[in-house]
Ligand binder design. Structure first.
Ligand code: RB5
Length: 146
């Protein structure tokens, strides 16, 4: 899978570790920055880069980091075709894909550390959408809202 990855300054401390993990799991990382720590950068810019990568088919999924994961998910969900959520538990990180076709996992590096992020990213990338019955019907309704 091609996995886009981006972080503002709040998420930056976790970024390198997550890039390494994604690669070690056999996926291709599309690194959309930040490429260095910049306290003045803004999470909506990185959400936009991630959303565009999903929209243009440059990435199948994405991991988007900010301080809490909240701003990242709010901004990313403004973009058509993006289904993003903060998931700081493994059940949601997998079930969000299986039931809801979540394609962007948002994490807050001020909330979780590397070990928990590792579990969450593995759960997210290891899950597949159950494209049938009630799950497909609900996704179609979500797309209808969009
Ligand atoms: C940046 O300081 C911080 O506000 C941002 O990373 C994020 O936590 C917003 O939700």
């Amino acid at each position: 899978m091609k996995v886009a990855l981006a972080a503002d300054h709040g998420g930056f401390p976790l970024k390198a570790e997550i890039a390494e993990l994604i690669t070690s799991l056999g996926h291709e990382v599309l690194d959309l920055g930040a490429h260095q720590y910049d306290k003045q950068d803004d999470y909506p810019d990185f959400a936009r880069y991630i959303g565009q990568a999903i929209q243009h088919g440059q990435a199948d999924r994405a991991v988007l980091l900010c301080g809490s994961g909240v701003g990242a998910s709010i901004a990313a969900n403004k973009m058509k075709g993006v289904r993003a959520s903060v998931c700081h538990d493994a059940y949601s990180a997998a079930q969000g894909v299986e039931h809801d076709d979540m394609n962007v996992l948002c994490l807050g590096s001020r909330i979780i550390g590397g070990a928990v992020a590792d579990v969450l990213v593995r759960a997210f990338l290891g899950a597949s959408f159950i494209a049938e019955g009630k799950y497909q019907r609900r996704l179609d309704k979500v797309l209808g809202i969009e």
